[in-house]
Design a protein around this ligand. Structure first.
Ligand code: SF4
Length: 156
């Protein structure tokens, strides 16, 4: 079972979207220099369809996107939750921030509009670094992937 450690409404993780970002605990990657090592622990509220619906209904007037931040211990569960949003909240975009090197082959990519992959490697930097190993993709309706490059941080 995956758990939601906490959540926030954010504007910079997904371009041009106001995003309900769900921070999922139990991250298996343990990257050196991790920005959120508390997410390594298995703590929080079980993240299921019911809890997801409650959150979406509470914040629906102010969000355009839901993004799963983590959940790599159970990609198929993330995929199932994304499918639930797709079916029940078709106006919302859906994102996934994963620490995997590449997109897992056992998810249905059409359940997502945005997918970020790549562990955090301190010397390469995050998504706004010119040397980053991480990749952020916009998923087309046909399942195509277009890489999006975030502007450097000092542009904001
Ligand atoms: S994938 Fe993200 S949350 Fe997990 S250890 Fe790496 S930086 Fe931390």
């Amino acid at each position: 079972m995956i758990k939601c450690y906490n959540f926030d409404i954010v504007c910079q993780e997904i371009p041009d979207q106001i995003t309900l970002a769900l921070n999922i605990s139990g991250c298996p990657h343990q990257c050196v220099g991790c920005h959120s090592p508390w997410l390594w622990r298995d703590e929080g509220v079980p993240l299921d369809d019911h809890f997801l619906s409650l959150l979406i209904e509470k914040y629906s007037s102010g969000i355009t996107c839901v993004c799963f931040m983590g959940g790599d211990q159970a990609p198929r569960k993330i995929d199932a939750l994304a499918a639930y949003i797709r079916q029940n909240h078709p106006d919302l975009k859906i994102g996934w921030y994963s620490g995997f090197e590449s997109i897992p082959s056992d998810i249905r990519i059409e359940n997502f509009d945005y997918i970020k992959v790549g562990p955090y490697i301190a010397e390469k930097g995050g998504l706004r670094s010119a040397t980053t190993n991480q990749k952020f993709y916009i998923v087309g309706k046909d399942g195509s992937l277009t890489q999006y490059r975030f502007p450097p941080k000092n542009c904001f």
